[in-house]
Design a protein around this ligand. Structure first.
Ligand code: SF4
Length: 228
């Protein structure tokens, strides 16, 4: 498994895929990458130490993903990560975090002492599709509530059951309300969720310009970040 890469572009950053404890939510219908989770803290720390040793600080920015949320990294890995931030002079961190941890984000800011971009896997702003079909467990009253906690949201596109109208609305909301975002074209995996290849093709053509939008990471394959 590839666990380190460097993402070029406007928000150039190193990226590490760390091994964390079980995703506290763990119920998203399309997700099978929680198989990388482990309750063996020593194993997690050992794997993560070798990954973190590759961080050079070359861009001053580091994104950390862990098939879950930052809160599921072990204490040992968090300490190792903080040492890397100090030693490699990392000026900005990116973490993924499930909605259920939204009230605890300040703990992470305080721990690292550098600006942090928290990314939330909203997947779609269609409440019914997000929660009934994708089983994300993300319920909010209005978009301002989401924006209050998260600078960046991730969209998942090209799933059977999604419509063009739904995806148009998702992109519109992302661009109008959030400074940063990530768009992932769904790739079939071991779950029962099926891709809609035609819809994905339509989306990639219509929104090809977003590949060059500095606000957006546009991933047409789930290994486009160079990890996984
Ligand atoms: S919150 Fe993320 S890691 Fe956890 S089940 Fe959902 S998609 Fe997978």
């Amino acid at each position: 498994m590839q666990r380190y890469s460097v993402i070029p572009g406007h928000h150039a950053r190193e990226l590490v895929l760390l091994k964390g404890g079980p995703c506290a939510w763990g119920r998203c219908a399309f997700c099978d990458y929680i198989r990388d989770n482990s309750t063996d803290e020593l194993l997690c720390d050992r794997v993560n130490a070798s990954v973190l040793a590759r961080v050079t600080g070359q861009t001053g920015q580091l994104e950390v993903i862990n098939s879950g949320s930052v809160f599921e990294l072990t204490p040992g890995t968090m300490a190792a990560l903080r040492r890397v931030v100090e030693q490699k002079q990392i000026k900005k961190l990116y973490f993924e975090c499930h909605w259920s941890y939204r009230h605890r984000l300040q703990e992470v800011r305080d721990y690292f002492g550098v600006p942090i971009v928290f990314k939330c896997g909203i997947e779609t702003f269609d409440d019914d599709f997000r929660n009934r079909v994708l089983k994300k467990g993300i319920v909010y009253d209005d978009l301002q509530e989401v924006r209050r906690y998260f600078d960046s949201v991730c969209l998942l596109v090209g799933i059977q059951g999604q419509t063009k109208e739904m995806l148009d609305r998702d992109v519109k909301i992302l661009l109008e309300h959030f400074p940063l975002g990530c768009i992932n074209v769904f790739c079939e995996n071991s779950t029962d969720v099926r891709a809609d290849a035609q819809l994905a093709q339509w989306f990639c053509q219509k929104y090809a310009h977003l590949q060059n939008d500095p606000r957006i990471d546009f991933l047409t394959d789930n290994t486009d970040f160079g990890v996984g």
